[in-house]
Design a protein around this ligand. Structure first.
Ligand code: ZN
Length: 419
């Protein structure tokens, strides 16, 4: 068999594995509540909150979709014309056109250009978020966060670029196999390391003060069979009014993290409901499922890039000889950008199903659908949510069921629970 045939067989096996994992580990038997019950939940929400949430999201959407469109056009422009290859070559020029300089400097320049063209949209977003009173961060703090995230992605991206182009040089025929394995390992490492290493760059964590709430949250986790080492409070109020909580770490390092904004805005019962939802993710191993899907998807993406990279027409358009050289990095990014377009709605669909199951877990664990509904109302009011976004927007990118779907589900649970 030729290398290409091996790659095609591998891709087939990866896609089959991906489909099997998605079918088996994602809960598909849990449909959204009927539309009539969603509309009943919508009618019960305070009209001015609904109005505010809708206005906020209507103001955000043009920027989000604008950034998506401009990002895609620029990726295609750099990848499918010789423009991107020239940019990479330019990055290597001061260093005698050495491949390491092209890979590292050229690669990061291309990433930076792609980031900079969408920067106005990010700024627009911050302006909208601030105008609607959701952000507590000034332009100084926003810029500092932006620079921090540039540094984090430059470090991760720089290492990835160096490793990738070292492998393509050492194994010109088989780099896709090593690359696929490496991408899968990287996804696993990032999902383990990111929470521990990157979170502290953006937030400070302090143990929650001893008291009834801390004791109850620890007991809730214990009762759920997922004991935690600690309950931490994140100083999220430095940048936002939005409320949230999550459970991170595995086994003995497991901890509950609660935003200080949540403690300020919500009642203790509502905090318990939010934490019970997060414990649902833990007990269903959703991080494991997500990481597995991400790892298989990343491996499949590398093999796809290899197979597309042997298509002469694409290489000619990009003005390169091989997909494996640093000058072809923009072409690689263009392929990834198109792939992301396909992956976004699929990821959103998987996420919504998983979130729905965590909601059911929270309802079962607390046995308190009334507080669950109160918390959904609070989340939507404080986070300026759109309680019932347009269907196309939900299909495209909603990671959670809508507020009205979650409230309708809680009411259905309450009905079912009644003797
Ligand atoms: Zn969740």
């Amino acid at each position: 068999m030729t290398t290409r045939t091996w790659a095609a067989v591998t891709l087939f096996a990866l896609v089959v594995a991906l489909v099997v994992v998605v079918l088996l580990l994602v809960p598909w038997n849990d449909p959204a509540a009927p539309r009539a019950e969603q509309l009943a939940a919508l009618r019960d929400l305070p009209a001015d909150d609904v109005e505010r949430g809708r206005a906020f999201h209507a103001a955000l959407r043009p920027g989000s979709y604008g950034a998506l469109a401009v990002g895609l056009v620029v990726a295609l422009l750099l990848g499918l014309t010789p423009l991107g290859a020239k940019l990479v070559a330019l990055g290597g020029r001061p260093f005698g056109d050495h491949w390491i300089a092209q890979a590292l400097v050229g690669g990061l320049v291309v990433v930076l250009v792609a980031d900079l063209v969408t920067l106005p949209f990010a700024a627009w977003r911050h302006a909208v978020v601030s105008r609607h009173g959701l952000s507590t961060q000034g332009w100084g703090g926003w810029t500092a966060d932006l620079l921090k995230s540039y540094v984090v992605s430059a470090v991760i991206g720089g290492v990835a670029l160096l490793v990738f182009y070292t492998v393509t040089r050492l194994a010109p025929r088989w780099w896709w196999a090593l690359g696929a394995a490496g991408a899968a390992v990287l996804v696993v490492l990032l999902s383990l390391i990111l929470p521990v290493v990157v979170e502290p760059v953006f937030n400070r964590f302090t143990p929650m003060a001893q008291g009834p709430l801390r004791t109850e949250l620890m007991a809730l986790a214990e009762r759920d069979g997922a004991p935690v080492r600690d309950v931490l409070v994140a100083d999220a109020s430095r940048r936002t009014r939005a409320v949230n909580a999550y459970v991170s770490g595995i086994g003995p390092t497991r901890r509950i993290v609660v935003y200080d904004t949540l403690l300020r805005e919500a009642t203790p019962g509502e905090v318990k409901t939010v934490v019970a939802h997060e414990l649902g993710h833990t007990s269903n191993d959703d991080v494991f499922t997500g990481t597995l899907i991400g790892a298989l998807g990343a491996a499949a993406a590398v093999v796809t890039v290899f197979l597309l990279g042997s298509w002469g027409g694409l290489l000619r358009a990009a003005g390169v000889d091989s997909i494996a050289e640093p000058r072809a990095f923009p072409l690689l990014l263009a392929v990834v950008a198109v792939g992301a377009l396909v992956a976004t709605p699929v990821q959103a669909l998987v996420s919504r199903q998983v979130e729905r199951r965590a909601d059911v877990h929270a309802l079962t664990l607390t046995g308190d659908p009334a507080t669950f509904e109160a918390m959904q109302r609070r989340l939507f009011a404080v986070n300026l949510g759109d309680p019932d976004p347009p269907p196309w927007h939900q299909l495209w990118s909603a990671s959670h069921p809508s507020t009205v779907q979650r409230i309708a589900a809680a009411r259905a649970f309450a009905e079912g629970d009644r003797p």
